[in-house]
Design a protein around this ligand. Structure first.
Ligand code: DGL
Length: 293
């Protein structure tokens, strides 16, 4: 295999070895969080084949720099491309915030201009504008997503009149990845971040869960919210947006193979992935190890 990453960096004389043809839809996350998106996508579009890739060996991404999140995400996208995926969904807000634009603008034209990488922020922002009445929205997300300012910037482009207040929740992903999210200890961190958010803007009527892990905390979050505040979690929004995308792009839909299959890949141990993934999916799964090197 040619050194794709080096050739992309160097920029010149790059002939992509990826080849043509069809393949599964790739779903990527830094860890397990993207499984909450995968589940809804498969419910909406059960006919397609999927490969899920969790970069569990290097999770969490939420506290890492732009350069590192970009590098890790690109490596995972290339791996999914090498496995035949023509379309990859970054089912990770942190990667969507920090890596998507550069991959779309810089790397895809070099790798294969006919393949596509989509994120989760744009569809969420499109949907949320219709949900708020007060025009005050809250965002709960990783530190990386909050610091990127991606949500307020995207919202400003589409809904000028909406005010966004963000709260970074750096403890939530580690609690979930360690299966501690239903513990009493988790209550404190959920209470603290929800309180900070509502104290910062008392007019919020809609809260976006801007991290694909957070649906697992939804019941705890709800417990600390006053009546009348709606929680928006992304799974169904992203699934519907993908269905819409495939309808509008039949040339891509034709390249996504239809066999209803799913493969789970992890950069960590397969036993650990299989046991933790079942928390997210409520079913037993088999995982495969993948090396990105
Ligand atoms: N699930 C990822 C997201 O949506 C973040 C988890 C992480 O910090 O790696 O942002």
């Amino acid at each position: 295999m040619k050194n794709i990453k080096k050739e992309i960096r160097d920029g010149s004389n790059f002939n992509s070895p990826l080849g043509v043809g069809g393949g599964p839809i790739g779903i990527f996350d830094s860890g397990y969080g993207g499984l909450t998106i995968l589940e809804k996508i498969r419910a909406e579009l059960p006919e397609y084949d999927y490969i899920y890739l969790g970069d569990n060996a290097r999770t969490p991404y939420g506290t890492r720099s732009f350069d590192v999140v970009y590098k890790y995400t690109l490596e995972c996208v290339i791996k999914l491309f090498e496995m035949g995926c023509q379309l990859v969904v970054l089912a990770c807000n942190t990667a969507s915030a920090k890596a998507l634009r550069t991959i779309q603008q810089h790397d895809l034209p070099l790798l294969d201009p006919n393949r596509r990488v989509l994120g989760v922020i744009r569809p969420t922002v499109e949907a949320v504008g219709e949900m708020t009445k007060t025009k005050h929205i809250g965002l709960l997300a990783t530190l990386g997503t909050v610091q990127s300012n991606s949500y307020p910037l995207e919202i400003e482009k589409l809904h000028e009149d909406i005010v966004v207040t963000s709260e970074a929740c750096p403890m939530w992903v580690p609690l979930i990845e360690n299966n501690e999210h239903l513990s009493k200890g988790a209550d404190y961190f959920v209470w603290k971040n929800v309180k900070n958010l509502l104290d910062a803007d008392r007019f919020i009527d809609t809260i976006m869960l801007g991290c694909t892990h957070y649906p697992l905390l939804e019941d705890k979050i709800k417990a600390y919210l006053p009546e009348g505040i709606t929680i928006v979690s992304q799974g169904e929004i992203v699934a519907k947006s993908l269905a819409d995308y495939l309808q509008r792009h039949p040339e891509m839909a034709d390249k996504c193979t239809q066999g209803g299959s799913i493969r789970y890949l992890t950069t960590e141990s397969i036993e650990k992935f299989a046991s933790s993934a079942s928390i997210f999916l409520n079913e037993e799964i088999q995982a495969e190890h993948v090396d990105l090197g």
